[in-house]
Structures are given as structure tokens and as C-alpha cells.
Design a protein around this ligand. Structure first.
Ligand SMILES: [Mg+2]
Length: 125
């Protein structure tokens, strides 16, 4: 059982991810942007952070940069559907280059997410 932080500005994504992860037996906290997410990260221990990229306040790439010093202690999964004029594949490629353990396009395939969560928590490279 792991403690997971979900960061996404879309309320329905936060809700659905929380439900899925809780069914898997995990404890889940959520934040609606990177700024709030990093605040929670500073207060609690997390085994895994799942973050969106395009968000107000602080985006997912800024979250990744901030978590870099903690890379050995926390897994990071980045998901994105892009935005106007922003190709999701480009954002996910950047996220991968910045050290994300797994990247997933949106709309989310929950089966793939489930596998990614399992692998990252197990330390599979
Ligand atoms: Mg977003």
C-alpha cells in the first residue's frame, strides 16, 4: 500500500484517479495545480506522484524539476493531453527527458496507468 499524490487541474481526473487508486489499496491525496502539489509534497511522504502537465500556477514540468532532488525516493508518472498549440507527445517527451519514470497520453488508458503505477512502485526501470 502506497501513498500517492495526484496533481491535475481537471476535477474529474482527480476524482477518477483517486477512485481507481483507492480500489488498488493506495492512500491518495490530490492537488489542483503544481504549486499546491509541491506544498503537499513538502508536508507528507509520498511513494509516487502522478502529475498532469498543463496546469495553472505551476505546471507539471516545473513539478518535475522541483522533485528532481528526490528522484531516488519518489516515483513520478506524467500524463498529458497537451493544450491548444501544444502537442502532448512533445510535452511527454520533455517530461521523460526531465526524469519522469513513465509518461502517459490523455485520454488516459486506465489499464496502462495501472501497469505504470505497479511498475514504478516496484522500482521497474
Ligand atoms: Mg491540465
Amino acid at each position: 500500500m502506497s501513498h500517492i499524490l495526484v496533481i491535475d487541474d481537471a476535477p474529474h481526473i482527480r476524482t477518477v484517479l483517486t477512485e481507481h487508486l483507492k480500489l488498488e489499496g493506495h492512500t491518495v491525496d490530490t492537488a489542483e495545480n503544481g504549486k499546491e502539489g509541491l506544498k503537499l509534497f513538502g508536508l507528507n511522504h509520498y511513494d509516487l506522484v502522478i502529475t498532469d502537465v498543463v496546469m495553472p500556477e505551476k505546471d507539471g514540468l516545473e513539478v518535475l524539476a522541483a522533485l528532481k532532488p528526490h528522484a531516488s525516493e519518489v516515483g513520478i508518472i506524467v500524463m498529458s493531453g497537451g493544450a491548444a498549440k501544444l502537442d502532448p507527445q512533445l510535452l511527454l517527451k520533455a517530461a521523460k527527458a526531465m526524469g519522469a519514470d513513465r509518461v502517459l497520453p490523455k485520454p488516459l488508458d486506465f489499464w496502462k496507468l495501472q501497469i505504470a503505477v505497479k511498475e514504478v512502485l516496484a522500482g521497474v526501470q
